[in-house]
Design a binder for this molecule. Sequence first.
Ligand code: PGI
Length: 456
Amino acid sequence: MIFPEDFVWGAATASYQIEGAVKEDGRGQSIWDTFSHAPGNVANGDTGDVACDHYHRYQDDVGLMRELGLAAYRFSIAWPRIQPDGWGSINPRGLAFYDRLVDALLEADISPYVTLYHWDLPQGLEERGGWTDRDTAFRFADYAQAVHDKLGDRVGDWATLNEPWVSAYLGYGNGVHAPGQRDPAAAMRSAHHLLLGHGLAARRLRDGGARRIMLVVNSAPVLTPAQVNDPAAVPGEADAAAVHRIHTLLTRQFLDPAVNGTYPAEVLEAAERNGGAGHIKDGDLELINAPIDLVGVNYYNPCVVESGPGLPADAAWPGSEGVRFATADAPTTAMGWPIVPDGLSRLLVRLSRDYPRVGLMVTENGAAFEDVVENGRVHDADRVAYLNGHLREVWRAIEAGADLRGYLVWSLLDNFEWAEGYRRRFGIVHVDFTTQTRVLKDSAVWYRDVIARNGL
Ligand SMILES: OC[C@@H]1[C@@H](O)[C@H](O)[C@@H](O)c2[nH]c(CCc3ccccc3)c[n+]21
């Protein structure tokens, strides 16, 4: 299976998960500093205080990327390094780190793909309401412009947000993520303000001459248990309604406004029933619908549902009347997530059909398994199998006509896996967090060969 000539092969990380140096060079606190230091929020009391110490080791890490032959590296910028409280003057030492990182990447012939927000909101803004406060959307646009002004001469690929659904519904809905609020109305407000921030920032980036702008979403094919292993299975009316409802809340809630400038009726109705829709102002949808070039798709597993009594609103799914989550008949990763490779092709084909005006890129795909270091090697055959199976589906989606530009594996390095801390490892490169030693896992060697061959 050979991929298109210009297909982009890369890897992805995020600032809070790899950088460490949380008090260095003027960095302010983020909501994840606050959340991870609060007892009980993260497994084993882990925090991102040190993580992979990438802030100090970035040259060596870029060396690893070059050794793997990556064409692109997706990383996020820590807003609190740029504006310690989230607004006002720019911290030159914070911006200088990313300036050095971008130059090191270009020196290694690797394209930098910048994500402006991967969940580390400055704590100063959270104290003013965070994403529940409309003003945060405007602060985000100011921050985006300041970063693009500095890096836009060398960075052409820009993602505004990583996974607004997670920021809103895990951050403000069920509280599993920072800032740890449990309030469905706060979650729905936050989802809207995140989208508004996306649109405002996208406009500033475009005005600044950005080459390609994308919104990155976590998405999944929503399937009944029968559909997981039998795409031809036809669900009953009630199950089909449950599937449509969750597809709407997970994916359409974000892509319809961003790509088409409309909200699904079910989302407006859910907002009316969860605190009201007063936060949706006239003109907001036009602002959210700033033209973008790509949608970044983060896929790990399908979402399996059937009809049922509905989920409690604070289970991160306000508006999910008539739904219950089910399990898939499939093997799982160390996260307990079902391994269903063809879910990726089914998703990509669906998105390319539903949103034909934008291109697609797989901006995250990968798996955590219980890696074991043996004689300085990690024989992660399960991760190789996972990646191989999913890349075959990427190829199939392209064959089926999806406008798919590239694939970025999650993740380059083992890193801070949010509420799971360091006990879940997604890297194709193993990190010993005691010594900070990096070791290529078998999956990294395998991926290097896939890139060299441009295919499987
Ligand atoms: O959980 C693996 C990765 C995270 O490390 C990334 O930062 C994040 O972008 C990301 N998104 C997803 C899918 C949505 C999700 C996020 C967090 C927890 C559960 C599901 C998986 N991942």
